[in-house]
Design a protein around this ligand. Structure first.
Ligand code: HEC
Length: 254
């Protein structure tokens, strides 16, 4: 309910982003890559090897998120909070981060054109929505949808949330005549209760046809989640979202 209210506030203040952020991106039902989440903090500076170290460091939670929370002046959207409230917010986000994980499982080898399954398991964030993307590399600004290196996602991803049941809520928003073989998936209606150690959780299984040309192809999962879920004005300016990558796995096609 609180969240609905904040969405209304956002609709009033910023019509162009009213239908997401937080609550994920209910209208972007298409292939996507992590660069889209420009407001999110990147969990590690190593996700930006192409940038000067100081610039990459600015994207991490310590600087981008907690730095802004502690900033005592405008344009901080946290300005109305007391120092104690600020530290509480930071500690909660740190707890969520330390409970957030993403893993990827893929076969080590495939024949050219063979169909394989890649399974991504995620846990963490504060819900109610979490997102998964299948990309080539763990790069915050330069990773690409996995299909860009020759993989073809051949079917609709199998999406399961906390309850372990198949969930098609988000895919069902796709226009009727379009294919549903997307690399980007939102898992919705996830419960969160930090005190009870309940975090959003999901498994996404992709079916992929291997590239035709032999070689070693990188596959990585990106996990997007939130850490605040605030109902305060200005929430959409907050860098409380996260981008976390799985290990990069190499599949040998031969
Ligand atoms: C205008 C800034 C902004 C942009 C751009 C943005 N996000 Fe976010 N996103 C947020 C904020 C703020 C949150 C709330 C985080 C929280 O709960 O603390 C969020 C949360 C999320 C969440 C978790 C939702 C939830 O209910 O907590 C997902 C998933 C997400 N974003 C995906 C994306 C994707 C995918 C893109 C690119 C298409 C994107 N975001 C772009 C600001 C942004």
């Amino acid at each position: 309910m609180k969240k609905k209210l904040s969405m209304l506030v956002a609709a009033f203040l910023a019509p162009s982003i009213a239908f997401g952020y937080p609550n994920g991106t209910p209208n972007y039902v298409t292939d996507a890559a992590p660069f889209c989440a420009s407001c999110h903090s990147a969990v590690k500076a190593e996700y930006m090897p192409e940038l000067p170290a100081a610039v990459a460091a600015k994207e991490t939670p310590d600087n981008k998120h907690y730095g802004l929370i502690r900033l005592p002046s405008q344009p901080s959207p946290y300005i109305e909070l007391t120092d104690e409230q600020k530290e509480k917010l930071i500690n909660a986000a740190k707890t969520i981060d330390s409970n957030s994980t993403v893993t990827i499982t893929a076969p080590q080898k495939a024949r050219p054109g063979e169909e394989i399954k890649v399974t991504v398991k995620v846990k963490g964030g504060n819900g109610p929505v979490i997102c998964v993307m299948l990309v080539d590399k763990p790069l915050r600004f330069q990773s690409r949808p996995v299909s860009s290196s020759g993989w073809m996602i051949t079917g609709e991803p199998d999406v399961r949330g906390q309850d372990g049941k198949v969930q098609t809520l988000w895919l069902d928003r796709r226009a009727k005549d379009l294919q549903r073989n997307l690399n980007y998936v939102a898992i919705e209606n996830q419960r969160f209760d930090m005190d009870k150690n309940i975090y959003p959780e999901g498994t996404v299984t992709y079916t992929l046809k291997a590239p035709n040309r032999p070689g070693v192809y990188s596959v990585t999962a990106a996990f997007l989640y939130g850490t605040e879920n605030t109902d305060r004005a200005g929430f959409f300016q907050r860098p409380s979202g996260r981008i976390l990558f799985s290990n990069e796995v190499g599949v040998r096609v031969e």
